[in-house]
Structures are given as C-alpha cells and as structure tokens.
Design a protein around this ligand. Structure first.
Ligand code: WTA
Length: 637
C-alpha cells in the first residue's frame, strides 16, 4: 500500500489517535520512515512550551523538494504534478509533469544561485497564481533559501514592512497578474515598496501580463533571460541542499491583535510530515486524483494544500489563476468538469457568494468526478453547508470542515472524509497528534462535554510554528504566555456530547473577513494615517457573504465637509497602507468614542452597536461619559 498510515476506518482513527497521544515519538517516527532523509534523526521530539522550544527530528538532514519531486520520479515522471487553469478560459491551460516540474525547479534553483542567493537568505515572492509561483517557492526550498510569499493583494507599504522585518535581500515577482477583469501591476507595486529600501539586491521579474515595467539596471533581471543562461549550459539538475530538520523553510506574515503582522516561521521536517499526513488523511487522497484547492498561494492554505501537501503525496494539484465569478459564477464548476476534479477545497465565503447567484451557473455541469469537498478559513454556516452538500456534492461527497491556522501549518481539527462522521458547522475531531483543550478566562481546563471556552492545544504537533521571525519573545507572549504551557489559538470553541469541536470564532481583536485574517489594530493604524482622522476604532459585524465585515467608528476633522468624499479618502488610505482586503465596509463618523476613565476604548460596546444590538449594550457604568453610547447608536449605518 502506498500510504500505510492512511486511516481507513473510524476504528483505525481512534486507534491511531490513541497511539499518537500515548507515544508521539513512536507514532511520528514510523511515518517519517517513509520519507527520504540525507541523515536520520537522533531525537524525535524535544520540547517545552514555556520558551517555547520545539524540535522535531533533531539531528536529521533532508531537503523537502527531494521528497516532493525526486522521490516520485521513478514512478510518476510522466504524471501531472500541476495543472494550471488561466484566468481567461480562452487561453491554453498548462500541464506540468513531475519530470518537468523537477527540471523547472532545478533550473530556477540555478537562477537563484547565479543571482547570489544562498541557504538561509530570505526571498520575498510577490506573484500571481501561475505555475512559476510554485516553481519559485520550490526552488527556494531546493537551495535552502527561506521564502516569504506575500499575497498579491497587499499594498507597497505592506510589502515594504515585510521586506524590512524579514531583512529580505531578494524578490521574485511578475510584471503583472490577472484576476478576473483586473490586471494588477505587481512590478510597479514592488518598485513603490523599494523606494528608500537599501537591503534588496536583486529583483527577478517573470513575464505574465506584458504590462510595461521599469527595469532598474543592476537590480532588476528578467526571469526568462536568467533561465536562458541556465538552459544554454544544458543544466537540468540542481543538487538538493542538505537542511537540518529544524532549519526554517518559510516565513509567512499573518495578522494578530497588535498593529504589526507577525512573521510565522515553519521548519522543514515537521512541516513536511504534517502537511503530508493531514493531506492524505483528511481528504482521503487516492493515487491519480486531482486536487483543487481554490486558495491563493499567498495564504497558508495555498502553501500547505496547493503546494507542499499534495506534491508530497505525488498528487496532481490544480492551480487556478482567476476568480470564482469571472467570466461568470459557474467558473469553479466548469473547472471541475474540465479536469475531472476529485477533491474540491474552498472557503465558506466563496460558497456563500456563489449561492447568491442561484442554481443557474450549475446548470449543465455534471460535477460527477467530485469525491470529497472541503472548507477552510472560517466557520461554515449550516445553510452554506447544506447548499454545498446538495448542489455541489449531490449528497454523495463527504464534506470536511477543516480548522487550522497559519501558525499550525496544517489541519488540526477536522473529520476525515467518509471515515469519521461529519456534523454541519462542526470541525469535529482532532487529527492524531493533536490534543485540544478548552480553558476558561483564568486558564482552568474546562472538562466534560457540552461546554465552551477558549481553544488551546496541549502538546506540540510536528508543524507548530517555531518562532516569529526576528522576535522570539513575541511568539512566546502571543501564543504561549496567555495560558502557561499551552498553545493558545485565539479562537473560542464548543465541545458537544461526542467530544466534537465547533469553532465559534476569534476571541481576540482579529477579524476574519472572507476567510482572511485582519487585525483591528492594523486597520485602525491605517485609518489614522489619513490627515483628517483624529481617532478610530474598528470592530467586526456579521456579514452575509464575507462572514465578518469591517465597521469603523471614526472621529474626523477633515476640512471639506463632504462625508461621502471623506469616506472614499479613508478607503483610499487603507488600500494604500494595507491593501484593498482591509477596506472597511462601513465608516461611521462620530464625535467621541466610548472610553473608560483610563482612556481605553470599550470595543465591546462598539461591537454590540455594529451588530445592530440596540437594547443589551451591556454595562456602561465604567465609561467616562455613558451618554456617548446613545449618540453613537443614533448614527449607526
Ligand atoms: C479561522 C487559515 C472555523 C479561525 C487556515 C482561525 C476557522 C483562523 C476554520 C486562521 C474552520 C480557520 N472553522 N474557523 N474550519 N478554519 N478558521 O491563519 O478563526 O488564515 O484562527 O489560517 O481562521 O486563519 P489563517
């Protein structure tokens, strides 16, 4: 059997779970034996959550790309590794076999090497959803450079902050990217991000949109020109650089409750093992299947379940450049039929948005190839779950509701497709190796069933974040200090009589807008940059499609007095500072914000108002001036 550790029955799940908890080193090393190592480990696991210091497979050496590519060549050289569906359905799609992908990754590894990039260097990747993005990621991994992919929707300012934080010296980008009817000038955004930057030495630019770009002599080079040099020399292989198990593989920035995104660091061996294990078990991947994850590679879902998980299993992964609603809202279904997709993994927000178009876009689509459906990124409401089950899965496909985070690297709580039971809007049970617990405000464990609390994890799984780049203390205080000796997820959860978990959402100041994490403090910082803004407070409110919308209360002293224009100015500012994804859905101008005597904004009250609550605003007695609540309520949008 190809994957002897694939769980094939509910009983086997319980057995694997028990083994994984009783003896984690024995459990994970047995799986690790199936991978290619340059040197085996001395120790499977050493850890403490107080520093934190977690080390899996200490002493081992490997290269993750040998496990994703070289390892499959004897049997899969001619099988498709990547299928690429372009934004424009009229353009030709591409199929890249494992042999071809291996060669392309090796060639681009030469390009990186020729441009002075070495093991440990940070490479910022800012590209659209084209195969070259995956190739750039894997080429970094091949030479041991640390990739930091930045989602194409982030602004120049956001890129500049990330470049600075990671002290990145290299960038790989494109001239532009297509997304629906839009043409995003990526290189020009990079140029803006680099104004005043003194650390970046090289920018490699891949051609996609043929948007005119300015290429700076000595700094900017074309991907294609660099590749030609390598091809002329007839180079097809690049020896995989030996990495320590705990060497960083990548940095991925994510929002927290402070104003500044954190660079979450994942390391080679644990991340490889866990994305592989979770991929084949949650989705019940079978050889030859086609896996379509609709996320962007700029987010963790794309890292783990477009690139690393599927390729580690020798699967065919589908990369889609465009958006679900262009040229029409049937695009996903068309792609499913065109390539006979087996596994479809998407976000509740996409499902809700497609539901809004009715059944028309599904007419004439067979969807008969689908075997497993998945969701990720936010709680799925029952209505969307049933629509997905009935209209897309035709009631024949198990749905996996996968709960996890950028920091967890892979799926931690989910049913296993067709193996363990599902329950609409419940992520259900932890994967082997994962020990969730619920705690109260004081950190006391909440025992028993039919309870709710703050979700923590007790012990390390292989792909737990190791640090936040350049600031280990921040990692400790953010994740490991709220409740001593526990990893705190920032989510609240319920546990039912079967021990199933339902994630109820963030309990910190982080919003989840269309499945994207956005810190309220970050949005406030951006709004406050606008010259006319005195102060602002941002909260989330329930939004039919996005899950959560962004509601901003703003004290404004702008001179021109035109509220509509002022709102637009603020939106433009947020787009410039963070990116369009962080634009508030509603901006209410207020003359004061509800504050305590010590000057702290009482967001709890603003949240209630934004949610449309008029009666039960809660205790306002600690407010400096309780009458402000009435004023703000009157102005609600
Ligand atoms: C939320 C995305 C409910 C949660 C992989 C978490 C979910 C945050 C689910 C992480 C789910 C993710 N049900 N909520 N199945 N999956 N979340 O880092 O609040 O972008 O903390 O990782 O998304 O978002 P991130």
């Amino acid at each position: 059997m190809l994957f002897p550790y694939q769980i094939k029955s509910e009983e086997a799940y319980h057995q694997a779970y028990k083994q994984s908890i009783e003896n984690p080193p024995a459990f994970w090393s047995a799986i690790a034996e199936h991978f290619t190592w340059k040197k085996k480990w001395d120790d499977v696991l050493t850890w403490n959550f107080s520093e934190p210091n977690v080390q899996w497979f200490k002493g081992a050496q490997l290269n993750i790309t040998e496990n994703l590519l070289d390892r499959h060549l004897p049997t899969k050289a001619h099988s498709p590794a990547i299928i690429w569906e372009p934004n424009d359905p009229e353009e030709h799609h591409r199929v890249i076999t494992y042999q071809k992908l291996y060669e392309k990754v090796c060639q681009f590894a030469h390009v990186l090497n020729n441009n002075g990039i070495k093991k440990g260097d940070r490479v910022c990747i800012y590209m659209g959803m084209i195969p070259e993005l995956a190739i750039a990621v894997l080429a970094c991994a091949r030479i041991g450079a640390i990739h930091s992919v930045v989602f194409g929707g982030f602004s120049a300012q956001s890129i500049a902050d990330r470049l600075y934080d990671a002290q990145a010296e290299y960038i790989v980008t494109c001239d532009g990217a297509y997304r629906g009817q839009k043409d995003i000038p990526l290189k020009s955004v990079i140029d803006d991000a680099l104004i005043g930057n003194r650390t970046v030495k090289k920018v490699i630019v891949c051609t996609r949109t043929r948007t005119p770009v300015s290429m700076l002599k000595g700094r900017d080079v074309w991907w294609e020109d660099e590749l030609k040099k390598v091809e002329t020399l007839g180079l097809h292989d690049f020896p995989a650089v030996a990495m320590d198990a705990e060497d960083p593989l990548f940095i991925l920035y994510t929002s927290g409750s402070t104003g500044k995104p954190k660079g979450v660091v994942h390391t080679v061996a644990g991340y490889m093992l866990y994305t592989h294990y979770s991929f084949i078990n949650v989705f019940q991947y079978q050889p030859e299947q086609i896996h379509f994850c609709t996320a962007d590679i700029g987010w963790i879902t794309g890292h783990s379940y477009i690139i690393y998980g599927p390729l580690s299993a020798g699967a065919t992964t589908l990369i889609f450049e465009g958006v679900p609603t262009w040229p029409d809202a049937g695009r996903f279904w068309e792609i499913v039929d065109k390539y006979r997709v087996d596994i479809l993994y998407t976000a509740p927000t996409a499902i809700r948005s497609l539901m809004g178009f009715g059944l028309g876009p599904l007419h004439g689509k067979s969807l008969a190839s689908l075997k497993v459906l998945g969701t990720v990124g936010e709680p799925i409401n029952e209505e969307a779950w049933h629509w997905y089950n009935e209209q897309v899965g035709k009631k024949r496909c198990p749905i996996v509701d996968t709960w996890w985070q950028t920091e967890t690297g892979g799926i931690l709580i989910s049913n296993l497709a067709g193996i363990t039971p599902s329950k609409p809007s419940w992520a259900t049970l932890p994967l082997p190796g994962v020990q969730p617990i619920l705690v109260d405000e004081k950190g006391e464990e909440i025992l028993g069933n039919n309870v709710s609390g703050n979700l923590c994890i007790k012990t390390p799984w292989p792909s737990v974040l190791r640090t936040t780049y350049g600031d280990h203390e921040r990692c400790r205080t953010n994740y490991f200090a709220t409740y001593p000796n526990l990893y705190f997820t920032g989510d609240g959860a319920m546990r039912d009589e079967n021990g199933f978990y339902r994630i109820t959402g963030r309990v910190d100041d982080v919003l989840n807008v269309s499945g994207h994490r956005i810190g309220t403090a970050e949005v406030e910082n951006a709004i406050n940059m606008h010259a006319g803004v005195v102060e602002s407070a941002v909260v989330g409110y329930p939004h039919d499609i996005k899950g959560q919308g962004i509601y901003a209360f703003v004290i404004y002293s702008g001179a021109h007095g035109d509220e509509t224009l002022s709102r637009k100015d603020i939106l433009t500012t947020v787009t410039r500072i963070i990116g369009a994804i962080a634009k508030p859905d509603k901006i209410q101008f207020v003359s004061v914000l509800p504050k305590t005597r010590s000057g702290k904004i009482m967001r709890r009250i603003l949240r209630k108002i934004a949610e449309g609550e008029t009666e039960n605003i809660g205790d306002t007695s600690t407010l400096l001036d309780p009458s402000v609540v009435e004023e703000i309520k009157r102005g609600k949008l």
